[in-house]
Design a protein around this ligand. Structure first.
Ligand code: S3P
Length: 194
């Protein structure tokens, strides 16, 4: 909370405005900014930040790219679902997910049932710009990056739209983006109290 001076002249910390008391799960495309926004959001809320891809890598003892190469995408989705179930059952946090997590029906049901989901939405140009210099995303390797992203976006947007909230991720300063989400979360609480 922010500092203010009480009428006795004491420095007090104002209680932070309430936001939903559940884990906040960020969903959306590769390159949308889930991790960067999630870290900042967690810092603002004083909650731990958890990245499901990093948890999968730790559990499997290999990178996502290695996992895809050795076991294939269906096995990855199963592992992803298990890891997310574990994280959602754990302490409240800000949880950023891999772009395909919310697309998987079972994983989506887990998220919808146990958390507040936020679609981090970015347009195609933004996604291209943020992914083009990286080689750690197996689904984007080989072929034309823009076309791959466009195809995935077309398939996935209707599903991401099932998230509880949507936040536009564009070229605004990160602070502004995160502040807008915090405002929206506080509004949610106002609606809940009515
Ligand atoms: C994937 C997104 C990746 C990672 C994997 C598959 C996807 O996570 O889980 O490469 O299907 O969109 P990011 O969204 O964090 O890049």
């Amino acid at each position: 909370g922010s500092l203010y001076t009480s009428h006795y002249g004491m420095k007090m910390t104002a209680p932070a405005s309430p936001i939903p008391e559940r884990t906040l799960v960020l969903v959306g495309m590769m390159g949308a900014g889930k991790t960067v926004i999630g870290r900042q959001l967690a810092a603002r809320l004083g909650l731990p930040f958890v990245d499901s891809d990093a948890e999968i890598e730790a559990a499997a003892g290999m990178t996502i790219a290695q996992f895809f190469e050795r076991y294939g995408e269906p096995a990855f989705r199963e592992g992803e679902q298990r890891v997310l179930a574990r994280l959602l059952a754990g302490p409240r946090c800000v949880l950023s997910t891999g772009g395909g997590a919310f697309i998987n029906e079972e994983t989506r049901a887990l998220i919808k049932a146990g958390a507040v989901s936020v679609w981090i939405k970015a347009d195609l140009e933004t996604l291209v710009r943020r992914t083009e210099h990286r080689d750690d995303r197996p689904l984007l390797l080989g072929g034309d990056l823009r076309q791959r992203l466009a195809d995935l976006l077309a398939q996935r947007e209707p599903v991401y739209a099932q998230a509880d909230m949507v936040l536009i991720s564009d070229d605004r300063p990160l602070d502004d983006t995160v502040e807008q989400l915090l405002e929206a979360l506080r509004d949610t609480m106002k609606q809940v109290r009515v």
